[in-house]
Structures are given as C-alpha cells and as structure tokens.
Design a protein around this ligand. Structure first.
Ligand SMILES: [Zn+2]
Ligand SMILES: [Zn+2]
Length: 304
C-alpha cells in the first residue's frame, strides 16, 4: 500500500501513524521483503517452455502494492529504486537469454547429488571459482568425465549462481548451435546473429565440447568462439566426454573428419583425447584459457 493510502487511512480514522494497524504498514514494504514459499523470496520462478528454461516473475511480486509488480519503486525524492539487487528485470532478462535447457530448470550446485566419485571436490572447486568470478581476465574450466556424471548439471548451476550475482551468460549445446547455423545458412542468413551474442556475454558455457562430426567447418565455428572470447579476454567453461589428458600424444596427421571417431560406440569416444578432436590450435588455446578438471562418478541417468 502506498504512503498516500496510509495517509488517507489516517485521515479517515483520525489516528496518528503509530496507531495504524500493523498489516497496513507491512503492506508498505515490497513483497520481496516478505517470505514467499513459491519463489523463496527471490521474486521469480523457473518454468519450462519447450526445450528451454524460462524465468517469470512470481505472483507475490506481480501483486506487490509497493512496487505495483515492477519490483522497483519511487522513493521520497522521486527516484526509482529496484526492490532487489541486482534488479529483478536484469536477472529475468539474463536468465531468459541464457538458454538453459529445460531439463536443467531445477539444477543448481545445491541440488547436485553425484558424490559417488570426486563430486564433492569438484563442487567445492566450482563454488570457489564462482566466488572469484569477474567478467574479464579469469581462467575458466573444462569438466571432463563420462556420460551421466552430472557435468551439465554443474554448468547450469554455475549459470544460475552468476546470473543471481548480476552477470550475463549463454549456454550453448555445441551440436545444437551447429544445427542452428546450418538452418541460418539454408535460409541465406549470416551466422553473425547467432555467434555475435556469444562473444559478449560475461560467461560462455559450451556443453559437449568436441561433439559433432568434426568437419573443418565445425572446427572453424569452434575456433571462432574460442578465439573470439580469447581476444575479448572473456571466460569459457565447458564440458566434454573426451579425454582431457594432455599426455596423450597428438597425431597431427590424423584426419579430423575420421568417421570411426564420429559415429563409433560412445564408450570408445570417451577416451579419445580432446586434443585430437579439436586439433592442436584450439586445444592449446583452451588450455591457456581453462583449468582442466575431471569429474568422476557413477552414471546417474540410469539405463545405459
Ligand atoms: Zn515490490
Ligand atoms: Zn514469490
């Protein structure tokens, strides 16, 4: 309730303000200051829309009489102030631009449960990394590990933690990005509208690094992403099913399109070195830009 309404209430009742019933005064604070079971007082809720996670204002904020649902209100001097920092509209737009897969709508570092291997240490590493994050000049990381150990879950958790701190992020499933690019070319569009936004976000997250047919064109796209971020001094974090081990000798004569590595059984791909998948140029750049961290544990997806 606005202070005008309280004043009018006072006039009507002939009371001084100290005697205004508490519930009216309580209504003067933003709904975000109250406890909301739905959004845990964050002001927004994660929802699923098609293949992506979307974020919407919680009903508590929408019906807030202090800010009339804008999660910002005007103070006595007439200046509009956000009810929350970072402002809710910034958080919402960053989340909705991040393209988190719907499957990971509820994923966070706190909901990671695969401690059958070194999960505890990796989560600690990731939390520590988040606490030191800045948009430029910080080394990212690549999580290596088998299928279903929870790498993508952790990457989604990192996005959420950083967006809540006010940073922007983009999640890219590399395979899907390639499909979108092919679609763009087919309809005579340039790739700039898809690639450019990935250069400017505070954080770029690449899921399934090395996945694909590894044609020269695909590696050119990866090179653009990696070099683009490198030149901007910006961070990449990624996951890969390929072997991060740097001691695996590089065979530079190996064809990068070799089919046996693209469509062979997944188990054999897992131990294929990433260096060989992406080639020495991209690999050495990634090594410079990222910590290489292995996540071990059981396959939590169930089934094979
Ligand atoms: Zn409010
Ligand atoms: Zn709420």
């Amino acid at each position: 309730m606005s202070s005008d309404l309280v004043k009018r209430f006072n006039e009507l009742q002939g009371l001084d303000e100290s005697k205004v019933p508490a519930r009216y005064l309580a209504e003067q604070t933003c709904a975000l200051k109250n406890r909301c079971a739905l959004c845990k007082s964050r002001g927004f809720i994660f929802e699923v829309s098609g293949a992506l996670t979307t974020v919407n204002l919680c009903s508590c904020v929408k019906s807030c009489t202090k800010c009339l649902g804008h999660a910002s209100s005007t103070d006595a001097s007439g200046i509009s102030q956000p009810c929350k920092s970072p402002p809710l509209h910034v958080t919402l737009s960053h989340f909705n631009a991040a393209q988190i897969p719907a499957k990971y709508a509820q994923a966070s570092l706190g909901t990671f449960t695969n401690f059958s291997g070194n999960g505890k240490d990796v989560v600690m590493f990731v939390r520590n990394w988040i606490s030191h994050f800045k948009p430029r000049g910080i080394k990212g990381f690549i999580l290596g590990g088998g299928v279903g150990v929870g790498k993508t879950h952790l990457l989604a958790g990192v996005i959420k933690a950083l967006v809540l701190k006010g940073y922007s992020a983009a999640f890219v499933d590399f395979f899907q990005l390639l499909a979108q690019l092919r679609e763009a070319y087919a309809s005579d569009k340039s790739d700039a509208s898809l690639i450019q936004p990935l250069m400017y976000t505070d954080l770029l997250v690449i899921d399934e690094l090395g996945k694909g047919r590894n044609t020269e064109w695909e590696l050119t796209i990866l090179d653009q992403l990696v070099m683009g971020r490198y030149n901007e001094n910006k961070t990449i974090i990624a996951s890969t099913n390929y072997n991060l081990n740097e001691d695996v000798p590089l065979n530079q004569n190996l064809s990068l399109e070799e089919d046996s590595f693209s469509y062979g059984s997944f188990a054999s791909q897992q131990y294929m070195p990433l260096a060989r998948r992406v080639g020495p140029r991209i690999y050495s750049r990634l090594k410079e830009m990222c910590h290489f961290t292995q996540l071990n544990g059981k396959d939590m997806r169930g089934g094979s």
